[in-house]
Write a protein that binds this ligand. Structure first.
Ligand code: A3P
Length: 327
């Protein structure tokens, strides 16, 4: 149990202000370079606090994602799978009235930037999420045998999704070209995007005993029920033959689908607030709808020029060639 005035308070006096800033008048990126990655300024104290104070347990399940790769969807899936015994009546399911972010807390956002730190004890196993790349995960996570579910996505769609999200958050965001160039330079939240993916993938290769499941957004979109079963097995809560017979896999898939979640009142018209944020952006909250834009694959063709496509393809080829990950 963590005290009320615990980590987030203690870390406020950290050396965050001495970090280089990327605050342009146009882009409002608010990114701090931190150990080779670009961390949103509003998350930096939470990152440092979670690194310092979070005590992972071997039974934890940690969802690790770069932003805009399907975090919201993955949270819904993991929550629904792990808690299905408690919510057999899907009409009463918490996902119908809460955005997935309120059901699966973000380590460096919901937990460690709050004055009052959550009591992390009650749920067992605990289901948590983070945008931190593997190398920046708290040591206790790396030392534990907790399970990691890692989700990634086609870099072009990730960029386009990020671009829309940032536009919605900061209406004066830089032009698409400017944002694209920054993305290519690695200057995206918790990026570079490739180093985020590579950092976790390389760890899983070096340490095959580490319990990690890699999921690609596009593949989950194509075969949601196959992946639901795979995830359930990984989480040690496989579907029983009875559940399969009565259609539970399809039910959970439909419950978590874009069509269903994006049309719920909670996700259409309510706001999501990061607790205790004084920053103007979050003091007003973010429309939940911002997390549910289109939910499709391949939208990048409507935005990227052939030069941009070539540039990104080149980076991806360079970074991912021969490493054995379908990217
Ligand atoms: P698009 O902007 O391409 O539509 P994150 O949750 O990591 O912020 O990622 C957001 C992306 O996931 C958005 O992509 C969003 O529409 C998509 N998304 C949200 N819920 C989804 C769901 N249930 N199924 C598939 N995609 C979903």
């Amino acid at each position: 149990h963590l005290e009320e005035d615990g980590p987030s308070q203690k870390c406020k006096g950290g050396n965050i202000s001495s970090l280089p800033n990327d605050i342009g008048p146009q882009d409002k990126g608010f990114l701090n370079e931190y150990h080779g990655f670009w961390i949103p300024a509003l998350a930096t104290s939470g990152v440092i606090a979670s690194q310092k104070y979070f005590q992972a347990r071997d039974t934890d399940i940690l969802l690790v994602t770069p932003p805009k790769v399907g975090t919201t969807w993955s949270k819904a899936i993991l929550f629904a799978l792990m808690n299905r015994i408690h919510y057999q009546d899907l009409q009463e399911h918490p996902l119908l009235t809460k955005i997935p972010h309120d059901l699966v807390p973000l380590l460096e956002g919901d937990i460690y930037t709050k004055k009052k730190v959550h009591d992390l004890n009650p749920a067992f196993p605990r289901l948590l999420s983070t945008h931190l790349p593997y190398v920046l995960l708290p040591t206790s996570v790396k030392d534990s045998t907790c399970k990691i579910v890692y989700v990634y996505r086609n870099a072009k769609d990730t960029f386009v999704s990020l671009w829309h999200f940032q536009n919605r958050l900061y209406p004066t965001t830089a032009s698409l070209e400017e944002a694209f160039n920054k993305f290519c330079k690695g200057m995206s939240p918790f990026g570079s995007y490739w180093d985020h993916v590579l950092s976790c993938w390389k760890k899983s290769i070096q340490n095959p005993g580490r319990k990690m499941l890699f999921l690609k957004y596009e593949e989950m979109k194509e075969q949601p029920t196959t992946y639901l079963k795979r995830i359930a097995e990984f989480l040690d809560c496989p579907f029983s033959p009875e559940e399969e017979a009565k259609g539970t896999v399809n039910d959970i898939s439909s419950l978590c689908s874009f069509d269903n979640l994006s049309n719920l009142d909670v996700n259409k018209s309510r706001k999501w607030c990061l607790p205790d944020h004084k920053m103007t952006l979050f003091s007003q909250g973010v429309d939940n709808a911002a997390f549910f834009r289109q939910g499709q694959t391949g939208d990048w063709v409507n935005y990227l020029t052939s030069e941009m496509t070539e540039k990104l393809d080149h980076i991806i080829e360079e970074k991912f060639h021969g490493i054995g990950l379908k990217f």
